[in-house]
Design a protein around this ligand. Sequence first.
Ligand code: AR6
Length: 177
Amino acid sequence: MAKELSDRLSLQEGDITKLAVDAIVNAANTSLLGGGGVDGAIHRAAGRELLAECETLGGCPTGEAKITKGYKLPAKHVIHTVGPVWNGGKRNEEELLASCYRNSLALAQKHGQKSIAFPAISTGAYRFPMDRAARIALTEINAFLDGNKEFEKVVLVCFGQDAYQSYLDAWKNLSKS
Ligand code: AR6
């Protein structure tokens, strides 16, 4: 299922590793050496060379982002970002998640990329509530697209119907405000 939210932002249900965009974003951990969830899926699909490049990066702090090639993926690059672990919301989790989106988009821009796909960072193993995460993602992406008119496409990839519905609800609420 896919839906256009605006001329340059769309929602798509499915597996992010299948998308032929300039960059897909990985919801990694601070080691950048792989893991479960979308991280595991990206490393499996990209092959061992991705891990070899990640080993040269020296990890990544929470809220920041680093870029590698895409290797066997249809995407040209992977932008690895580290979302916050949800701990009830009093440890700066919302700002750290917003930073993940901002820094990933800035990195894509810096490398001349025009299209990017995001998973719902932190909403799996890191337990960030999906409705809050959706609002933060949409707010940051909207602000970026407003300021970067030449950027062509952002895709929010939803793994399952819950994420899809959360993005739709958050989009409706943001459009009202
Ligand atoms: N395509 C798109 N989205 C996916 C895919 C996929 N193939 N697989 C899972 N998701 P998670 P986190 C969704 O747990 O919460 C890893 O072990 C999933 O349904 O992958 O940021 C890392 O190494 C959820 O909505 O990432 C870290 O240790 C979203 O992706 C830790 O998990 C994020 O879930 C990071 O946790």
